[in-house]
Ligand binder design. Structure first.
Ligand code: PXL
Length: 265
């Protein structure tokens, strides 16, 4: 069935809210910018996208990548900002120190809203997507310009510097990551702590309030592109005017629905 229009280029004042993703492209369509664009459009927003890296991959493995430089990234973002008001933004794969530093500068200097930062580190197929120097700038500088950071458990462990084995650890890690300068932290429990547990995500918001999002664990293994989809959905919901807590709730419901669609006979 044909979906409703996702929006042709309309005069700027008639466009639905513009959501900018700054991320890598997975040409096979599972993760990265393609997943972001599909998600942003599904929430009725207008997707704009700047590419940090062209990856070569499929669902089985990553064969390589051609990372972009600071100048090509800036050259993609500046014309967008000149032409449109960006209502919300997200970042995904930021592979090099040069790219992360430029992203920090863009969010500090350009007329851009604080982004949802998905701290992409390793692909579902096991490929390293961020260098050590890049990770250091993400941790010490990018988190400070974020609206919210959305690590999964391995990413949260690397940011917090300790291992996470319980929900109490998830809460402690959220506090530790917030103390690095992120105003809000969503730790995603999809990399489940114990075999029988529900999937639980923990949001620590900018007031220091914790909200738990519990959902039944769906036994499909790790889903390529799920982190990209959730962070894009949160950004789109923020662009549509939802509070952070409501944006996370709606984003999670959307992702759960998409994962259920995978296993529907
Ligand atoms: O899911 C993490 C991710 C993000 N961005 C790009 C990716 C991947 C995983 O493969 O390829 C471009």
């Amino acid at each position: 069935m044909l979906q409703e229009s996702v929006g042709l280029i309309a005069p700027i004042d008639q466009r639905s809210p513009v959501v900018l993703t700054i991320a890598g492209i997975d040409p096979s369509g599972g993760a990265g910018i393609v997943a972001d664009i599909k998600t942003i459009a599904a929430f009725g927003c207008f997707p704009a996208a700047a590419i940090t890296s062209i990856t070569f991959q499929n669902a089985q493995r990553v064969f390589g990548a051609e990372h972009q430089g600071a100048a090509t990234l800036r050259a993609q973002v500046e014309p967008i900002v000149q032409d449109a008001t960006v209502a919300a933004a997200k970042t995904g794969m930021l592979p090099t120190a040069e790219i992360v530093a430029e992203v920090v500068r863009l969010f500090r200097e350009e007329n851009l809203p604080a982004p949802v930062v998905d701290p992409v580190m390793i692909s579902t197929s096991g490929h390293d997507l961020i260098g050590d120097a890049a990770f250091h700038i993400l941790k010490t500088e990018l988190l400070r310009v974020a609206r919210v950071v959305t690590p999964n458990i391995p990413e949260a462990e690397r940011l917090a510097g300790f291992s996470i084995k319980s929900e109490a650890d998830m809460r402690r890690a959220a506090e530790a990551i917030r103390s690095l300068g992120a105003p809000a932290v969503l730790i995603k429990g999809g990399h489940r702590l114990t075999p029988q547990a529900d999937a639980v995500d923990i949001l620590l918001d900018d007031q220091g309030v914790i909200t738990e999002f519990r959902s039944e664990y769906i036994e499909v293994g790790e889903v390529h592109g799920s982190g990209c989809t959730l962070s894009a959905a949160i950004a789109a919901n923020l662009a549509n005017g939802l509070s952070l807590e409501a944006a996370v709730g709606a984003g999670k419901r959307y992702l759960t629905q998409q994962i259920q669609n995978l296993i529907r006979p």
